[in-house]
Write a protein that binds this ligand. Structure first.
Ligand SMILES: O=P(O)(O)OC[C@H]1O[C@H](O[C@H]2O[C@H](CO)[C@@H](O)[C@H](O)[C@H]2O)[C@H](O)[C@@H](O)[C@@H]1O
Ligand SMILES: O=c1ccn([C@@H]2O[C@H](COP(=O)(O)OP(=O)(O)O)[C@@H](O)[C@H]2O)c(=O)[nH]1
Length: 940
């Protein structure tokens, strides 16, 4: 039971009474806890050693999975201790966090021995090896047992047998396996993610069958999801693995959005240029983004993924991950490791020592080179063998002194490309052995089979040079395992620079480009001749890495970051304003008698766009069009004498001039262009509201700079307005655009505007330079003054709805109408309404703020008589040159009575299509604005 107050049933990990403030602070504390927990584990007693040795038994006798059971690793869970501080520990031990590992392949493959009897064999592959080393959780593994079980008797018996290993099967029939696993996963995604493209001869056939394979892929993912739902308990962490299950995060979150979902890719994630060739590219990316945390082996893969999301989906990539509509999916690198202790300890076992002895005798007088790979095109086995041939060709003296042992584990044997590879490798090996072999010895020993764990350890230990020549490889754990077993021999590792492992073992290994046979052959020579002290230094470096970056550490870090991502998301959610309560806003509107509606234009009243502007295209999109459904409601509201509408836009006058042309000419509303610097009634002339002495001397020099960058940034453009200049790179290559924007800003700040009185406003994909004081918030008081005067208002405005997709700089228009802000609060601090319930407010009376001052004097100054409105010096017709004056003394109707009387709650500020805002509320898009205006119109 948990001792803290907010306890979710079944989840001890959600109570975090003393969570440190920043993400990094929390993760550092978590890491410390993990370490100290580990020290206390090792000091605890000797039993643990015995348990580990016991877990090895699985690999020979099928007894223990290594995936911990409740009793196996009682001290575990340090990784999530932070989440259970304050929770009750059982018998002095923290509760273990439940973890559902979901991967295509279970750690065991089933072989049927009778109608209801099964034999379980350990599955081969890095994913299984690594996850078997994960011991700190109360883990269950959900996956496919590698066999078709059509009958219910067989399924029942297998489910029972697997349950003893804490495994839960997903039963996939033959057709699904063929289309999903052999087809979509291993014939499309696998080669694509490893930069191999699609198999040439199959290309057309594959293209034709693509849709049915993708459908099967989605169906299979849904089947995995169904099994997860069946076994899920609140608070569980669900960790999805690999390219087989890219659709799974979406299926899981759609079912239960509170589920903690992580996804980890064991392969490389290719450059976005490769990924974009995939017909289902966007759907897959979106599904993965449903996860809370997305992990990769290296920073490069993570970077490629984020870049694919920005370039293909048009989303925002940040240092933390990918942001979509305010939801952040964290993306980070979590390099996998191995359970190094298990390998080191195995070397002491008598059966392993016996193996080693045999091997040493068998290859006495020869140096042993070793390759261990699944027989997969990505492993570069032909390239490796050809390089070895070249070495033998060029080094006659080594011909009878070196042997290459190549273990090639059969894999995905139903996929044609793999079948072809097998014959290709056999052919090359045969040719080389024929060429360099003798009656008593051959240079290459090639095995088409897997070895058991102990045989493999012995082989690693007697090897002089390990050769890993992957053309691409997510990580490559064979290189780690080799290093772990070389404590006494200190052999050399030749490692492909295209394996993820090159980033961690690069310092101690000899790195090679496997495509360069000459280089690999030369490296073989270098490795075989390497002096003992160099070998020792290189080995030491890698050994330190392998023994500290273990699979336990990998899993603990991932799960801990996943837990933290949830905390972070909760903190972020708290900062997000709520959705506009349309009903309340409409009710208040109906109850009031002098209403003011301030409506933004772009992305508020315009047609919604395709997210990435792909379909409409840049040209169509840049031509702003009113939302077609707005015509009627707007007309109705405009005809209501109790309501005044102002369309307040950043665009210049010509854009708003277009509005009347779109049949709004007879609508009675106000148009305010250039952030309110120009104002007119739909049927009137433009007036300027610009402040006096607006210095625009900087315009020419900024214009030159903008021109320069527009010329050099394809698909960027700039707008020259009267009070500002905007450079927009929304349609340019996003990364290039950002770099150019950075350069542009740097240049502006150090040159043309270094002494100018301007504001630089950075939008999502734009840079705007404005004269100081040009903001919507600054303009609104002058606009209000004009409206009050023009309408000859006698009663105060008792309802304001201010709604728009404004830049942060222009959000001062929202705060303008807020009741008194605390003096120390900056104007952009988000303000929540006291209560959205009608009639419940006790907020102070609203005030009008025309300056930054909150002083009483400033407020009193506005409480002037109606006659002062006559002094409308600042609003004047265009043509009489700029003659702006300060707004003075205009904001009251008559002695003591304010222009605004919003009673606190009759004010609705609302940001459209934004997640962070100083507005009180949010709306999703202009479609929602239409809904709102329709309801207001109905009441009008
Ligand atoms: O399950 P199979 O189709 O037989 O394939 C075996 C596994 O191959 C891949 O392993 C990857 O994961 C390793 C651990 O992270 C990594 O070191 C290696 O570079 C990868 O190739 C595949 O990603 C797994 O899903 C398969 O189970
Ligand atoms: O006969 C064998 C050959 C290999 N392996 C294991 O297969 C994994 C291969 O993982 P790696 O990351 O190198 O590549 P993957 O096969 O996952 O692409 C390693 O853990 C090996 O110990 C094995 O158990 N028996």
């Amino acid at each position: 039971m948990c001792r803290c107050d907010k306890h979710m049933p079944g989840n001890n990990y959600n109570c975090n009474p003393s969570t440190p403030r920043s993400r990094l602070e929390r993760l550092l504390r978590e890491r410390e806890l993990r370490r100290s927990n580990r020290v206390s584990q090792s000091n605890d007693d000797g039993n643990r050693q015995a348990e580990f040795v016991g877990s090895d038994a699985f690999f020979t006798e099928g007894e223990n999975l290594g995936v911990s059971s409740e009793d196996d690793f009682p001290e575990g869970v340090s990784a999530t201790k932070i989440f259970i501080d304050g929770c009750e520990w059982k018998e002095g031990r923290p509760p273990k966090q439940r973890l559902l590992v979901v991967a295509n392949r279970l750690p065991v493959s089933a072989v049927r021995k009778g109608e209801d009897s099964w034999q379980l064999e350990i599955s081969v592959g890095g994913l299984v090896s690594a996850l078997l080393g994960v011991k700190e959780f109360d883990a269950r593994w959900i996956g496919w047992a590698g066999v078709n079980v059509p009958d219910s008797v067989g399924q029942k018996a297998l489910t029972k047998a697997l349950a003893e290993k804490r495994c839960i099967p997903v039963f996939l029939d033959e057709e699904i396996v063929h289309q999903y696993y052999n087809g979509y996963c291993n014939n499309i995604l696998w080669p694509l993610f490893h930069y191999l493209g699609l198999p040439q001869e199959d290309r057309l056939a594959t293209t034709r069958s693509f849709q049915s394979q993708f459908d099967a892929y989605k169906k299979a993912n849904q089947m995995f999801a169904d099994v997860v739902h069946e076994h899920y308990q609140e608070g569980d962490v669900v960790w999805c693995h690999d390219y087989h299950l890219m659709f799974l995060p979406k299926c899981l979150k759609e079912h239960n959005k509170k589920m903690k979902v992580g996804w980890f890719l064991h392969t490389p994630f290719p450059s976005s240029e490769i990924h974009r060739t995939l017909p289902s590219r966007s759907e897959l990316l979106r599904s993965v983004l449903a996860a809370d945390l997305v992990g990769f082996h290296t920073y490069d893969y993570a970077r490629h993924f984020v870049s694919a999301c920005t370039r293909i989906l048009g989303l925002e990539g940040t240092p933390e991950g990918v942001e979509n509509q305010g939801k952040l999916t964290r993306v980070a690198a979590f390099p996998i490791g191995i359970d190094s202790d298990r390998f080191i300890r195995a070397l002491e076992l008598p059966q392993v020592q016996d193996h080693m002895k045999e091997l040493k005798e068998r290859f006495a007088g020869r140096k042993v080179m070793l390759g261990v790979d699944r027989l997969d095109m990505i492993k570069g086995i032909p390239q490796k063998i050809l390089a070895f041939e070249k070495f033998l060709e060029e080094n006659l003296n080594w011909r009878d002194k070196v042997v290459l042992l190549q273990i090639a584990v059969p894999t995905r044997t139903d996929v044609p490309e793999y079948q072809k590879l097998t014959s290709q490798v056999h052919e090359i090996v045969g040719r080389i052995n024929g060429r360099f072999g003798t009656l008593t010895a051959v240079p290459i020993h090639h095995l088409d089979r897997s070895l058991d764990f102990h045989a493999l350890c012995a082989l690693y230990a007697v090897t002089d040079v390990a050769l890993v020549t992957s053309l691409r490889d997510g990580m490559n754990l064979v290189s780690y395992e080799f290093v772990a077993c070389q404590a006494s021999k200190k052999g050399v590792l030749i490692l492909s620079e295209f394996a993820g492992a090159a980033q961690s073992l690069g310092a101690g290994a000899i790195l090679v480009n496997p495509w360069n046979i000459t280089e690999v052959a030369a490296s073989i020579g270098y490795a075989l001749n390497m002096a003992a002290d160099e070998r020792e230094k290189r080995h030491h470096h890698n050994f330190m890495h392998v023994t500290t970056h273990t699979s336990q550490e990998w899993a603990a870090t991932f799960v801990s970051e996943l837990n933290d991502t949830i905390v972070e998301a909760q903190l972020r959610t708290r900062q997000v304003p709520p959705i506009l309560p349309i009903k309340v806003a409409v009710d208040r509107y109906l109850q009031s008698s002098n209403r003011l509606l301030i409506l933004g234009f772009n992305a508020t009243l315009t047609e919604p766009k395709d997210t990435f502007g792909r379909r409409g295209g840049q040209i169509r999109e840049m031509e702003l069009k009113l939302h077609p459904d707005l015509k009627e409601p707007l007309k109705k509201i405009c005809d209501d004498s109790k309501t005044t509408i102002v369309v307040l836009s950043g665009s210049d006058r010509s854009v708003l001039d277009y509005l009347p042309i779109q049949n709004f000419g007879d609508y009675n509303m106000w148009l305010a262009a250039e952030n309110g610097m120009f104002l007119r009634l739909t049927m009137g002339e433009w007036m300027t509201t610009m402040p006096e002495n607006l210095n625009m001397d900087w315009v020419d020099s900024v214009k030159h700079v903008f021109e320069y960058f527009t010329e050099r940034t394809p698909r960027s453009h700039f707008e020259l307005r009267e009070t500002s200049l905007v450079w927009n790179y929304k349609y340019a290559d996003i990364e290039f655009g950002r770099l150019q924007a950075r350069d542009l800003l740097q240049h502006l700040w150090t040159g043309p505007i270094s002494n100018a009185s301007v504001d630089v406003v950075q939008g999502g994909r734009s840079v705007e330079v404005r004269a100081v004081g040009v903001t919507k918030g600054a303009a609104i008081d002058r606009i209000l003054g004009e409206i009050v005067h023009n309408k000859g208002m006698k009663a105060p405005i008792d309802y304001v709805l201010c709604i728009g997709h404004f830049l942060p700089k222009d959000e001062d228009v929202y705060t303008f109408f807020e009741p008194e802000l605390p003096v120390e609060a900056p104007p952009t601090v988000p303000t929540r309404p006291p209560s959205p319930t009608p009639g419940m407010s006790s907020a102070p009376l609203p005030r009008i703020s025309t300056s930054k001052s909150n002083s009483k004097a400033a407020r009193l100054k506005k409480q002037r008589s109606l006659s002062t409105l006559e002094k409308r010096a600042s609003i004047h017709a265009i043509g009489s040159a700029w003659r702006p004056t300060l707004m003075r003394d205009k904001m009251s109707l008559h002695e003591g009575s304010s222009v605004l009387d919003l009673k606190g709650d009759n004010y609705f500020s609302c940001a459209v299509g934004r997640k962070r805002s100083s507005a009180r509320y949010l709306l999703g898009s202009s479609d929602d604005v239409v809904t709102l205006l329709k309801e207001l119109a109905e009441g009008s």
